[in-house]
Design a protein around this ligand. Structure first.
Ligand code: ADE
Ligand code: ZN
Length: 328
């Protein structure tokens, strides 16, 4: 497949760590992580909750700002190979400094420095979305929200909760989302992945988000699909993640094409690519094979993503120009 510039709005930084990268950090730090890998060296997990456990075990060897700087460089080099010109990545003050603001500032500075160095070489532009972890509970979500509010700006552009959607209700987290909104941050929430349409509705009504992470199970409620289309709420769809984790049994059953045909603004991302044996190129190839999407469809998807990106307007203009030039 020939490739045009791509935009990825839903990518967890630790989730983008290659197994070899995590293994080498584990070796450096004398941590035995052998139980989270299979014989071929891939991450090994059984279902979503176990995936979260393995994710957190892999993350346990990322212990310093320098480790995160190395991870950022490695992830951005991988994104460059996928023709990604802009990505938004979820990063967690819970993992970067245990929710402590001073420590978070150090991790963030290291990540931003690595990102700026790659950008200066003509590589992808990266921006951060702070992620409270839902299964850590509403009380613990306050610290990451405060870290996000204190560091909101050109680089930290949003707040987006991840983790186990089956844990509590979106409304339990209003404090965190209100705190981020008041600091000028843009909002998204993982919903409609493990729970149905109500979870998407509650995220919009109770948290005031303008994008939804996944959101694909909105397809189970035609009135919600109509509402999403009319309101312009953007879905960060990660089809390969949904198939790998068993939200849908196969690509043909995935609702992305139906949602798009109904006028919902969909974008395509990889979520935690090495965990799901995917890349953005692989996602586009499967979408082309399964739904017959071609270059025009992908160009349109990327324009939607550029418009929905949480970056400032100057950066958005740069992205739109790059996409426009690739179209001709
Ligand atoms: N954190 C990393 N990947 C996730 C996913 N697919 N859903 C919820 N939280 C996550
Ligand atoms: Zn995600």
């Amino acid at each position: 497949m020939t490739s045009s510039p791509r935009i990825e709005l839903h990518l967890h930084l630790e989730g983008a760590a290659q197994p070899a990268f995590i293994r080498s950090l584990a070796a450096e730090k004398n941590v035995d992580l052998s139980s989270i890998f299979d014989e071929s060296g891939s991450y090994a997990y059984d279902g979503f909750v176990d995936f979260l456990r393995v994710y957190e075990a892999a993350t346990s060897v990322l212990q310093t700002p320098e480790d995160y700087a190395r991870l950022t460089t490695s992830v951005l080099e991988g994104l460059a190979a996928q023709d990604v010109i802009y990505a938004e990545t979820f990063i967690s003050p819970d993992f970067c400094g245990g929710g402590d603001l001073a420590a978070w500032r150090e991790y963030l500075a290291a990540i931003q420095e690595a990102s700026a160095a790659i950008e200066a070489q003509g590589g992808p532009i990266l921006r951060g979305i702070v992620t409270p972890i839902r299964h850590f509970g509403p009380e613990r979500a306050k610290a990451p929200a405060m870290c996000a509010a204190e560091t909101a700006g050109d680089w930290i552009v949003g707040l987006g909760m991840g983790g186990d959607e089956n844990n509590g209700h979106p409304r339990d987290f209003t404090w965190a989302f209100d705190c981020a909104r008041e600091a000028g941050l843009r909002l998204t929430n993982h919903a409609g992945e493990w729970r149905g349409p109500d979870s998407v509705r509650e995220s919009i009504e109770d948290l005031g988000v303008e994008r939804i992470g996944h959101g694909v199970r909105a397809i189970e409620d035609p009135a919600l699909v109509e509402y999403l289309a009319a309101s312009g709420i953007v879905l960060e769809v990660c089809p390969g993640s949904n198939v790998a984790l068993g939200v849908y049994p196969d690509w043909a059953s995935h609702p992305i094409a139906k949602l798009r045909a109904a006028g919902v603004k969909v974008t395509v991302s990889t979520d935690d690519p090495p965990f799901f044996h995917t890349t953005l190129t692989h996602e586009y190839e499967r979408l082309a094979e399964t739904f017959g999407w071609g270059e025009d469809d992908f160009a349109a998807l990327n324009r939607v993503a550029a418009e929905a990106a949480f970056c400032d307007s100057e950066t958005r203009s740069v992205l739109l120009k790059k996409l426009e030039h690739a179209d001709v």
